[in-house]
Write a protein that binds this ligand. Structure first.
Ligand code: GLU
Length: 425
């Protein structure tokens, strides 16, 4: 019996939709949201599943499944990335779409929340297969996206090239160029300066705000980062430039450690040469799972969901947890971290730098007038610092932890927008 019961508890803990629902319920209860409003905010407003064929390079036809979920369009067009991965599921995309609604509300940008995904194994697909998958998926969802409706962006395993294909496919269907249909595009197609670094930069900005509470300066702050891609890699690069000591980088296949701080640019060069961070001469290879639990001041999980769970939360040593990924901590682990007094910068605040500069990109595309990098970075900093202070003030006022405060603040903003609009029926 016990053996049967255990997996279901674990399943619940790691199902992102359950995790999102749990945090939602807690915040809604504390805000005393009425039942009707809870029903509206709890469920995505649109869920689309598409099954579509693509011809592979060897001539075979493969059928792919993709999703696009719009959780809320109450405060503006749905906004959120598209991920390509073998374990994408409707529940995951739903949770990620809801998190985008809350994230955009926390940083107070005029968007709702959406997310998309295609079940595929990008590492096993050629560039032209990826292009065909992207274009056909775009055609399947094209009626539902658009600058005023739903604006996709990069996420796990998608990048600016993917966005260029989406923009082109959508534009071909509409018979004119529509740059504002996606963000995270290449610069020459209406992308924004500063967008590739934005999520990592946002993580650094909020971490530095949190450090003021611990009297930490970059020079005496040791950082462990999980993930070395768009979020983790950029955070590592920018933080090293500021003087932080990045003592450990953890990837999906290896982890490297140097107590004096890793040289991030050489580590990047090593990975481009060898295909992995493994065996980096200026560091020691360590176990990927133990690495999360090593002594440090700041831990930045910047890869995937469910990294900090009931199985390891009690052994986390970091003073500050800055969630670069979406959903890296399970709801069961939340209470363990709270007991240990880890200062958590929750995902919907910590990684909001990406969508904030996406918003800047959308604004620039619609105006046809582009900003310089200093303007982008300055405005990003202003929004991140204000949002950090809003969340911290909310936490103090309501005597709740930072995550609950961020959810409460976001739910309140979205609920207010819905109340103001009223129901059309
Ligand atoms: N995929 C990123 C996120 O999870 C960026 C979304 C966007 O820019 O729309 O926040």
């Amino acid at each position: 019996m016990l053996l049967e019961a255990t997996p279901s508890v674990v399943d619940q803990e790691i199902n992102p939709w359950q995790s999102a629902a749990h945090r939602f319920d807690e915040a809604a209860l504390l805000l005393r949201l009425d039942d009707g409003m809870c029903k509206v905010l709890r469920m995505p407003s649109m869920e689309l599943t598409v099954n579509f064929p693509v011809t592979l390079d060897d001539g075979r036809i493969e059928l792919f499944t993709g999703y696009r979920v719009q959780h809320s369009i109450a405060r503006g067009p749905a906004k959120g990335g598209i991920r390509f991965a073998p374990d994408v599921s409707l529940d995951e995309v739903r949770a990620l779409a809801a998190w985008m609604t809350w994230k955009c509300a926390v940083v107070n940008i005029p968007f709702g929340g959406g997310k998309g995904g295609v079940i595929c194994e990008p590492q096993l697909l050629s560039e032209s297969e990826l292009e065909r998958i992207t274009r056909r998926y775009t055609a399947e969802i094209s009626e539902f996206i658009g600058p005023e409706r739903d604006v996709p962006a990069p996420d796990v395993n998608t990048n600016e090239q993917t966005m260029a294909w989406i923009m082109d496919t959508y534009s071909m269907h509409n018979r004119h160029t529509v740059t504002a249909v996606v963000t995270g595009k290449p610069l020459e197609l209406g992308g924004s300066l500063g967008r590739p670094e934005a999520t990592g930069r946002g993580c650094m900005i909020v971490t530095m705000e949190a450090m003021k509470r611990f009297r930490l300066t970059p020079e005496n702050t040791r950082v462990i980062i999980q993930g070395f891609g768009n979020v983790g890699g950029m955070a590592a690069r920018l933080m090293t430039r500021k003087g932080f000591k990045i003592t450990c980088i953890i990837e999906y296949d290896a982890a490297v450690y140097n107590p004096h701080g890793l040289d991030i640019e050489s580590l990047m060069a090593h990975r481009s040469e060898t295909g992995s961070i493994k065996g980096f001469p200026e560091a020691e290879d360590v176990d990927r799972f133990d690495a999360l639990l090593m002594d440090c001041d700041v831990l930045i999980p910047a890869a995937r969901e469910n990294v900090i769970t009931s199985a390891n939360a009690d052994r986390i040593k970091a003073k500050i947890l800055c969630e670069g990924a979406n959903g890296p901590t399970t709801f069961v682990a939340d209470s363990v971290l709270a007991e240990k007094r880890v200062f958590v910068i929750p995902d919907i605040l910590a990684n909001a730098g990406g969508v904030t500069v996406s918003y800047f990109e959308w604004v620039q595309d619609r105006q046809g007038y582009f900003w310089n990098e200093a303007q982008v970075n300055e405005r990003l900093e202003e929004i991140m610092v204000t949002s950090f202070n809003d969340v911290i003030a909310f936490a103090a006022k309501h005597a709740v932890n930072n995550r609950t405060a961020a959810y409460m603040l976001a739910l309140d903003r979205v609920a207010n927008a819905i109340r103001r609009r009223g129901l059309y029926a």
